[in-house]
Design a protein around this ligand. Structure first.
Ligand code: URP
Ligand code: ZN
Ligand code: ZN
Ligand code: ZN
Length: 511
């Protein structure tokens, strides 16, 4: 325990900050409505040593047990955030403002009990990158997994992908189609990467924007003298997100491998995903909270600090895209919600005060996701409570092949549980949030539905608006390859090959 963890708003589990943990290895949650993605019932949930032992009405226990009354409240699987960037070096900034401890503390205060972060290779090496992230994550207060980014291609990278999947618990790789000169890959690399992913049973993920066109758009803005944060949105319009999404989808179809499109921010990208899914292609679309609940108006704020906090890529779009993404989520065109939590404080953002191209890209959200999705989607009547569980937790667990250990309130599942009171309300402010950043893109926002209790790995970490978290208590969750998305791929490959057999014979016979 070092002083850097003694944040006034974060009680420290193993002493030091004067807040003792309300933790007990045995917990009974009584009388709540237990919600899973496919079923809900009024029942008790009994937890022992970090695992859910029983889920049924009227569980009787002795008195050495912590009892939580959940009458009139929802008992649901803790949120799983599929998309975060904690402690990442990015765009000339040494690291994002939230490390694995502060980012996870924020997550837990908002009802998220697991996240999947992105390993960025070090000096082109996946192994070195993985080891660096292993080290950063040692102070974890909740469970976490990793995706690994692929930023170049050679035999070493290809071999390292095998090691990641077969030995390190990785089952997904991310390809950036933007950030020219830093992370961006070309179509040749995408094809090699997709083929390798397919052979390993790993899911290919894309940041879909046409990076060459974005580069051109940025030059255009600078030439016009538009250097402020609004130039960020103007330089990379939705058409460039639609183009890259369509291209990635078609290349994944050509390789016949599943595809996961991260941070779907526009109607343009969403419609490409809808079309592909309608044709039977296995494409997952992940909207993020900022794209679902905000529009781009903040980027035009005359105060630089205010405008710059909204800068992320792809950009938050004009009003209309948000509502369309919500509708797509409610209809199953998009399947789960992430945050892309990648927080920078005002000082870090001010690197781009004279040039929007230098504003580090990223917004907060890891603490706000569960509340904002509840308020925007459930409270508004767009989705059911079961759907809420599916899009905030269960579907993520299924896609990354850790269901039902995660994403469910079932006997045998990890005790990652939240109690949400639908009649209580929340209010968001940088003055009260748990992230280290000094701004919040949802500043002042209020809504209905409040996460009153968070249990992570069987520990009560959030109750009565008090957070008690312990660095080192979170575990790395290995994710096995060949999720449900890979079912049937061998069959469609066989059909394709047999369709080629006739012409192949003809060519051989004429030799
Ligand atoms: O602006 C963003 N999204 N920053 C994080 C990196 C990424 O593209 O996901
Ligand atoms: Zn301390
Ligand atoms: Zn991205
Ligand atoms: Zn991201």
């Amino acid at each position: 325990p070092t002083n850097q963890f003694c944040d006034a708003r974060i009680g420290y589990g193993d002493s030091g900050c004067g807040v003792s943990g309300a933790s007990s290895s045995k917990i009974l949650i009584k009388g709540g409505t237990v919600v899973n993605a496919h079923h809900q019932e009024i029942a008790d949930v009994y937890v022992e040593d970090g695992i859910i032992v029983a889920v049924r009405p009227n569980i009787k226990v002795g008195d050495d047990i912590t009892v939580l009354d959940a009458t009139g409240k929802f008992v649901m699987p803790g949120g799983i955030d599929p998309h975060t960037h904690l402690e990442m070096e990015f765009m000339g900034i040494d690291q994002t403002i939230d490390d694995f401890f502060s980012g996870q503390a924020a997550a837990l205060a908002g009802g998220t009990t697991m996240h999947i972060d992105f390993v960025i290779p070090v000096g082109g090496s996946l192994t070195a990158g993985f080891e660096a992230y292993e080290k950063k994550a040692k102070k974890s207060a909740m469970d976490y997994g990793f995706h690994v980014a692929i930023t170049k291609w050679d035999d070493t990278v290809s071999k390292e992908m095998e090691i990641m999947v077969n030995e390190k618990g990785i089952n997904s790789f991310k390809f950036f189609m933007a950030y020219k000169g830093i992370l961006m890959v070309n179509d040749e690399l995408l094809l090699e990467g997709f083929k390798k992913c397919k052979s390993l049973g790993a899911l290919a993920m894309v940041h879909a924007e046409n990076g060459d066109a974005v580069f051109e758009g940025q030059k255009r803005m600078i030439e016009l003298g538009i250097t402020g944060p609004e130039g960020h949105a103007l330089s990379r319009p939705a058409v460039l997100e639609g183009e890259a999404t369509a291209r990635a989808i078609r290349l994944a179809a050509f390789v016949n491998t599943p595809l996961y499109v991260v941070h779907v921010m526009s109607i343009d990208a969403m419609e490409e995903i809808a079309k592909a899914r309608k044709s039977g292609q296995k494409v997952i679309g992940e909207p993020v909270v900022s794209g679902l609940v905000l529009d781009d108006s903040g980027l035009w704020d005359t105060d630089f600090v205010t405008a710059a906090k909204y800068v992320m890529s792809p950009p938050i779009r004009a009003a209309g895209h948000d509502k369309a993404l919500q509708a797509a989520l409610s209809r199953g065109i998009l399947q789960l919600v992430g945050t892309d939590h990648c927080a920078f404080n005002s000082t870090q953002k001010s690197l781009g005060i004279d040039d929007f191209r230098k504003i580090p890209n990223g917004v907060n959200g890891i603490e706000e996701r569960m509340h904002l999705v509840w308020d925007t989607m459930v409270e508004s009547g767009q989705i059911s409570v079961s759907d809420y569980v599916r899009i905030t937790s269960t579907e993520c667990a299924r896609i990354f092949n850790i269901y039902p250990r995660k994403g469910a309130i079932l006997a045998g599942s990890d005790a990652d549980i939240i109690i949400l009171n639908p009649n209580s309300s929340f209010e968001i402010s940088a003055n009260t949030h748990h992230s280290r950043t000094d701004t919040n893109i949802y500043e002042g926002r209020r809504g209905k539905g409040k996460v009153e209790v968070t249990i992570a790995g069987g520990r009560i970490v959030w109750v009565n608006n008090e957070l008690t978290v312990t660095p080192g208590s979170g575990k790395y969750v290995k994710m096995p390859p060949f999720s449900y998305l890979f079912e049937g791929i061998d069959k469609t490959d066989a059909i394709y090959l047999s369709s080629l057999r006739a012409p192949a014979k003809r060519y051989r016979s004429t030799e």
